[in-house]
Design a protein around this ligand. Sequence first.
Ligand code: SAM
Length: 318
Amino acid sequence: MAATPEAPQAPSAPREAPRALDPKARAGGEGAPGALWLIAVPIGNLEDITLRALRLLESVSAVACEDTRTTRQLYALLNLKAPPLISCHEHNEAGRVAQVLEALGAGRDVALVSDAGTPNISDPGARLVRAVIDAGFAVTPLPGPCAAIAALAASGLPTERFTFVGFLPSKPSARRRALAALAAAEETLVFYESPHRLEEFLADAAAQLGGAREAVVARELTKRHETFRRAPLAALAAAPGVSRGEVVVVVAGASREEREAAVDVAALVAEARAQGLPPSAAARWLSQRCGLSRQEAYEALRDPAADPAADPAADARR
Ligand code: SAM
């Protein structure tokens, strides 16, 4: 007798309809089985687990995780029954993709978690998420703790625009180059760093970004010894503090003076003028290259001191 094909397996526990804050809102995904759930988990304080995460962590048929021991411990601390765990870290992620796709194809839900925080943020998951999307399955995030966002929100520095840099290269020369490339960035910068490299990082950041830049070292977020040190980079570099505990470093963006110092603005102004573009196009061209706002670019184009041909003394001033 020919074997009957295996019927798609339902999720181990039926999912309830999503509860939306706004009754008119549609919460996607939860109706269709065979989805990859990206579940954020605490970064130090167990109480930061969400109600939705608690429900999904138990109802999925398998969990792809960075370290099975850490995830098993999390389930134990949360008093949840763990489904089968699939080890999925940076060295075996490619190999685990097929296993996850097979489960999704059979109609089973799979979760992805990392050891702490949001999966796929400075953690494994990018390859798996891409493969799941390409294969036509749903990828649904369960938002929650993320060290970068927690540090930024409490930093006191501007938050309208920011760049999440994550970890810089550990090799000093590559790290300094990466910092130098960020010297003219106008927006707030958010870095992850290991505690034993913090001292070197702060010294390099002060040298490459400027010692006067306001910065914050956010340590042990959400934990008992959570601290925020807010000071200019030079002061933080001079007294980096203890070399233990997890840290996020948030650094203010470049001021107008710093942005101008980081590029040869006068040469670019001369080039913009030489192109004979209409003022608005010249200002756009200049602002994109110098990191100046459009208004600042207009002003630089109008300023005779920025044109060596119009004002020979400007050469001597530069
Ligand atoms: N996926 C995680 C997230 O969403 O934040 C980040 C994982 S990354 C491998 C680990 C880095 O995150 C640490 O080196 C540190 O820079 C930062 N980090 C994680 N937990 C933290 C905490 N409780 N306090 C401060 N920084 C933390």
